[in-house]
Structure formats: structure tokens, C-alpha cells
Write a protein that binds this ligand. Structure first.
Ligand code: ACO
Length: 315
């Protein structure tokens, strides 16, 4: 059991350059109608570096929390597109913000943010008080902009949350924090989505689609069962933002209606590790989350990896 913890701050960062489906129509054999119908994406943000976007998102979270950077005990940066092979990008973000404590990158592809969040609660369990969790990716850097099968999907962005240990009841007895999680991976499918050093992303879209729905439903169901929470009790489902059809198919099987599902991919595209916290921040910005709400976060991605968590929100 992890200790009770609250979200004291959150923030996001998107590059200022917006690429619309109409822009892509100009250079690729594709159409706005095809992209919207097959993916739900209308536009995406492109540009910047992971360190830039992660720093901006984390700074926004710290400012909202009113927390001094030196009082942070750990930075966990989920990214699958580190700016350089060495050093880990979190070291740059840690330096720029003047954070206290340690810093590490977590590469769990599009499931990375939930992996990082679970690791953050684990850090609280071994004595950290404040952990900054950031999801940030610049997929545009490893996308072949002449390949219509990937160029219409991937994009850039970052979002961050600050979690802080608190007193009182533990999460399984009504307190805030992590009730349950489910992490998994099927490494035999690692070649369905890959990018060699210096290369661009290649993927088997249809097979990933099939596996994504199955992994999301099974992993979310496992997390709900471990939390002893019925799906009707979930106030908001925050899924990975890869494809609206994947989200809709998963929701239909889980029994979660659209009004209890967070969706931003129409405006962001697939931003990998940033997608779940971007959707979370968007829902917070539109006041769709209140203290005491149960949230179900669920991601899947390259690897193929998956990760789900049930969290009782309190700020
Ligand atoms: N514009 C127009 N036509 C296209 C495009 C495009 N951008 N892309 C593919 N097509 C064509 C194909 O060539 C094919 O034509 P054909 O029938 O003449 O052969 C047709 O559209 C259908 O292609 P499919 O691949 O079957 O299309 P599908 O409906 O599966 O949609 C997509 C493709 C959007 C890629 C979908 O499979 C998908 O979203 N898969 C999941 C991908 C994903 O989530 N990847 C990220 C994983 S998360 C991570 O770790 C980063």
C-alpha cells in the first residue's frame, strides 16, 4: 500500500506551431476526412525539445502548487524520445528548474506516464515527500513526414503533475492516492513499432490497433478489480490518446460512456508519454475532476507495454 498523497500542482506545454490535417493534405496523399474518420485527429502541435517542453510543463505545475523547486525530492520524466542518448533528459530539466533530490527518465513509450506515476507513488512509500512526474515527447523528430501512415498520427507535447504525501486515511480506506495498478508488457511484439537510432518510426498500425483495445480493456479491468472498484464508480477515464476509435472501442467494452472519458487527441495527436497527463490537465482545466473522484488512467504503446492505475483524486 502506498501512502496517501494529493496532487498539489499540474501543468502542460504544447509547441506553438500547429499542423492541421489541411496542412498535411498539401504534402501527403491523404485527406482531412480520412484522418478524422480513421483517427479522430484534427490538428497537432509540433516543435521544441523534450527538455524545453518538460521544463515548461513542470514549471507550471510547481507554480500552481506554490512549491519551491528545491523542496522536490524526485523528478521522474517519462519520455520515449530523449533529446540525447546521454545524459538522461531529466538531468537537464532538473538543472533548469533548480530542483532538489534526484532525477530519472522512464521509457515506457505511450504507457510511460502511468509507469512513472506508479514509480512516483513507490518513491513516496520509501520516504520522498514531493515527486514531480512529467510525460514529454517530441515524436515529430523521429517521424518520417513523407510517410502518411505515421505522419498523420504523431506529435509533440508535455504535461506534469506534482504529488505530495499527506496524512490521514490510506487510499484503500477513502484517502487520496493510488488504489491499484497494473503494469505489463509483451516483448515478443516489440517489432510492431520501432525506431532505430537515427531512423524514423515504423509500425504495423492494424495489429497495434487490435492489441491496443485488448490490452487497454484487460489492464483497466485488472486495475479496477485490484482496487475493488466498479467501473460505474469511475468519475473519469483518462486513456492514452492514440486513436479515437481505439478509445471508443475500449470504452464500449469497459462500459464507460463518452461523458466520463477524457479526450484531447483531436487537438494534440498522439504525444506518447505526454498524452495521458495532457488529457488529465485538459479535464482539470474544464473542471471535470473534483476532490474525491476516482480516476482510471490507462496507456499502451511500443514494447508492447501497458499500464493502468486507479487513483482517488484530491488537490
Ligand atoms: N491517408 C489516407 N489513406 C491512408 C492513410 C492516410 N494517412 N494511411 C493509410 N491509408 C490507407 C492504407 O494505405 C490502406 O489503403 P488500402 O486499403 O488501399 O491498402 C487504407 O488506408 C486502410 O489502411 P489501414 O492501415 O487498414 O487503416 P486503419 O483503419 O487501420 O487506420 C491507423 C490506420 C490510423 C494507423 C490505425 O491502424 C491505428 O491507429 N493503429 C494504431 C496505431 C497506434 O496507436 N500507434 C501508436 C502506438 S502508441 C506508441 O507507443 C507511440
Amino acid at each position: 500500500m502506498t501512502p496517501p498523497a494529493v496532487f498539489t500542482g499540474w501543468g502542460s506545454a504544447l509547441p506553438s506551431t500547429i499542423v492541421t490535417n489541411r496542412d498535411l493534405e498539401q504534402r501527403l496523399d491523404t485527406s482531412d476526412a480520412w484522418i478524422v474518420e480513421r483517427t479522430g485527429i484534427r490538428e497537432r502541435h509540433v516543435g521544441g525539445t523534450v527538455a524545453d517542453l518538460a521544463t515548461e510543463a513542470a514549471r507550471n505545475a510547481l507554480e500552481q502548487a506554490g512549491t519551491r523547486p528545491e523542496d522536490v525530492d524526485m523528478l521522474i520524466l517519462a519520455t520515449t524520445t530523449p533529446d540525447e542518448t546521454v545524459p538522461h533528459t531529466s538531468s537537464i530539466v532538473h538543472h533548469r528548474l533548480g530542483l532538489g533530490g534526484g532525477a530519472m527518465d522512464v521509457n515506457g513509450a505511450c504507457a510511460g506516464f502511468v509507469y512513472a506515476l506508479v514509480a512516483a507513488y513507490g518513491s513516496l512509500a520509501v520516504g520522498a515527500r514531493r515527486v514531480l512526474v512529467v510525460g514529454a515527447d517530441c515524436l515529430s523528430r523521429i517521424t518520417d513526414w513523407d510517410d502518411r501512415s505515421t505522419a498523420v498520427i504523431f506529435a509533440d507535447g508535455a504535461a506534469a503533475v506534482l504529488i505530495e504525501a499527506t496524512g490521514g486515511a490510506d487510499p484503500l480506506h477513502g484517502g487520496p492516492g493510488l488504489l491499484s495498478h497494473d503494469l505489463g508488457i509483451d516483448g515478443s511484439a516489440h517489432d510492431l513499432l520501432y525506431c532505430p537510432h537515427g531512423g524514423t518510426l515504423a509500425m504495423d498500425g492494424r495489429e497495434i490497433f487490435r492489441r491496443a483495445v485488448r490490452a487497454t480493456v484487460e489492464s483497466a479491468t485488472m486495475a479496477l478489480s485490484r482496487a475493488k472498484v466498479a467501473v460505474e464508480e469511475i468519475a473519469l477515464f483518462v486513456p492514452h490518446q492514440a486513436n479515437l476509435r481505439i478509445i471508443e472501442a475500449s470504452c464500449a467494452r469497459l462500459g464507460i460512456p463518452p461523458q466520463r472519458t477524457a479526450v484531447v487527441l483531436d487537438r494534440t495527436g498522439n504525444t506518447s508519454a505526454a498524452s495521458i497527463p495532457l488529457a488529465l490537465c485538459d479535464a482539470l482545466g474544464t473542471e471535470r475532476i473534483a476532490d474525491g473522484d476516482l480516476l482510471l488512467l490507462s496507456g499502451f504503446g511500443a514494447g508492447m507495454s501497458w499500464a493502468s492505475a486507479v487513483v482517488r483524486w484530491a488537490s
